[in-house]
Design a protein around this ligand. Structure first.
Ligand SMILES: [Ca+2]
Length: 534
């Protein structure tokens, strides 16, 4: 039987920003539940919800102080159970976000650990003596300073490579491992369908705590090659344990945020015999310029890197990087919109599970947020530099044209994008040519065609290098995808007997009529076509 997650289209929800049910300006679990019909109508069948666990919110939930409870800001454990049941009723699976590289410094484990060397939990974290020099050059990514912080009570330093409020676990400690595995079993017991593993390849640090070598990559690697504080080989044992626990629970999926930008490192997280993570997150599209050749090369790299049997995945945006519609913007808003539509057609027709970031289906972009309204510690620290902070991609979902887009009846935690009055769910749902309507058509087409869901993929070479072309085939069904990345018309010839005409099923360009596909296709600027081939 084919695993459910291979056919799933995932939708990432940043819970602070999706829907607020109680007017405090912050999205919550009941808010998500109230929008499940929207998500079901959109056609997604799995949600990844960023962390909503108990947290002092120093890194907006990526600093957990209780792994088994919901932060009151987002609701209660009962709300969570209700959300799972309501989602499952609609055939929507749920992934939660497991932040297991570090806890909050307010977690009971760290409180005990930092109070006394003799505490059992002391061994859950990483310590070095306070006296003398810092052990190495490792940095806190969001603070841009040394990752070693003093703890006077024990005369030691602890390690925290994100913010100082996120002390890192010592995954070499078997009791810590057991604690986290028990957390996973706890949520499986409640019905969660899997986990997205936050910074999973950072769990292990070099045994000898060697300094990272220099690298020219300033963002996001802060001039270091992270070979000693990330990507250590010991992590594979933990991935095997986690896979075993997921398999025991049955029909669960693990997808790792496998940090490295290198396809090979990420691919290794599937395990040599497919016994580790089900998927390693593929972030490579986030780094591509607007170019057919760049996206093709990126997809080919990923396909080639994956071990046999491993299933690919693609994403255009997430909560840590400026949105795709913003990255691919041009001076002409019509071209920007056409690009967002074309990118959607690519994301939803490549071979692999797509991850759609909330609001992407509306063509949401990013705007500059005034200093006083910034919330992300990284954004505050790097102000006024461009879009290094992560608030612009975390603004509230745009539901309708009413005050605050219908996201909240109170004051939203981040200002809304100014375009929400025209770019919102209500307006776009009523408009057959909107990008939201396009997403729905793409998702429905993907659902109805085995070739798009599970088929093989072969890239095709046309005469125009700005046209990305590929054939998806499953049995007798063949889908041809033609994507013109240029802002001018382009041609593609269906040369050879294998491509003897067919039918146009979908165009990203509203002006195109569907119907018969000729032997020579003329594509409009930034047009994407999906065709059934005879
Ligand atoms: Ca709320």
């Amino acid at each position: 039987m084919r695993e459910w997650w291979k056919d799933a289209v995932f939708y990432q929800i940043y819970p602070r920003s999706f829907m607020d049910s109680n007017g405090d300006g912050i999205g919550d679990l009941a808010g998500i539940e109230s929008k499940l019909d929207y998500l079901s109508g959109l056609g997604v069948n799995a949600l990844w919800i960023s962390p909503f666990f108990k947290s002092p919110m120093k890194d907006f939930g990526y600093d957990v102080s209780d792994y088994r409870d919901v932060d009151p800001m987002f609701g209660s454990l009962d709300d969570c159970k209700r959300l799972i049941a309501a989602a499952h009723q609609r055939g929507i699976r749920l992934l939660f976000d497991l932040v297991a590289n570090h806890s909050s410094n307010e977690h009971a484990w760290f409180r005990a650990a930092s109070a006394a060397k003799g505490a059992r939990e002391h061994g859950y974290y990483i310590w070095k003596p306070l006296a003398g020099r810092k052990p190495n050059n490792w940095k806190s990514l969001f603070e841009l300073r040394s990752a070693w912080y003093p703890n006077k009570a024990t005369g030691e330093r602890y390690l925290a490579t994100f913010t100082r409020f996120q002390p890192e676990f010592d995954w070499r400690n078997p009791e810590l491992r057991k604690e986290i595995y028990d957390v996973m079993r706890f949520w499986y017991g409640i019905g969660v369908d899997g986990f997205r593993l936050d910074v999973a390849t950072a769990y292990f640090k070099d045994e000898r705590f060697r300094s990272n070598p220099f690298s020219w990559n300033a963002v996001p690697d802060i001039f270091q090659r992270h070979i000693y504080d990330r990507n250590r080989p010991e992590v594979h044992e933990v991935f095997k344990d986690m896979r075993r626990i997921a398999d025991e629970a049955g029909e669960r999926v693990l997808i790792g945020e496998t940090h490295g930008q290198e396809a090979q490192l990420a691919a290794e997280c599937h395990g040599k015999s497919g016994d580790e993570l089900h998927m390693a997150f593929n972030f490579d599209f986030l780094n591509q310029p607007w170019s057919a050749a760049a996206f093709r090369a990126s997809a080919e790299r990923w396909y080639a890197a994956l071990p046999p049997g491993a299933w690919p995945n693609f994403t255009l945006s997430n909560h840590d990087r400026p949105r795709a519609a913003f990255r691919f913007r041009t001076g002409d808003p019509l071209v920007t919109e056409a690009r967002a539509r074309l990118a959607a057609a690519m994301l939803l027709t490549l071979r692999g599970s797509p991850f759609v970031y909330y609001g992407e289906e509306l063509g949401m972009g990013c705007q500059r947020i005034p200093k006083a309204a910034l919330r992300d510690p990284l954004g505050i620290r790097t102000w006024p530099l461009g879009f290094l902070g992560r608030d612009p991609e975390r603004t509230p979902m745009q539901w309708d044209a009413s005050a605050n887009s219908g996201f909240t009846s109170g004051r939203p935690w981040l200002p809304l994008n100014r375009d929400y009055v025209s770019r919102n769910v209500a307006a776009e749902a009523a408009e057959p040519d909107s990008i939201l309507s396009l997403y729905k058509r793409l998702l429905a087409l993907r659902k109805s065609r085995a070739s798009l869901r599970e088929g093989e993929l072969a890239f095709l070479d046309g005469e125009d290098r700005e046209v990305l072309a590929y054939l998806r085939s499953a049995g007798k069904e063949r889908s041809l995808v033609l994507l013109n990345f240029a802002s001018r018309p382009a041609r593609f010839s269906l040369a050879g007997p294998a491509l003897a005409g067919g039918e146009i099923l979908l165009s990203t360009d509203a002006a195109r009529g569907l119907g018969e596909l000729g032997a020579e296709v003329e594509l409009a600027p930034c047009e994407g076509l999906i065709c059934d081939l005879r």
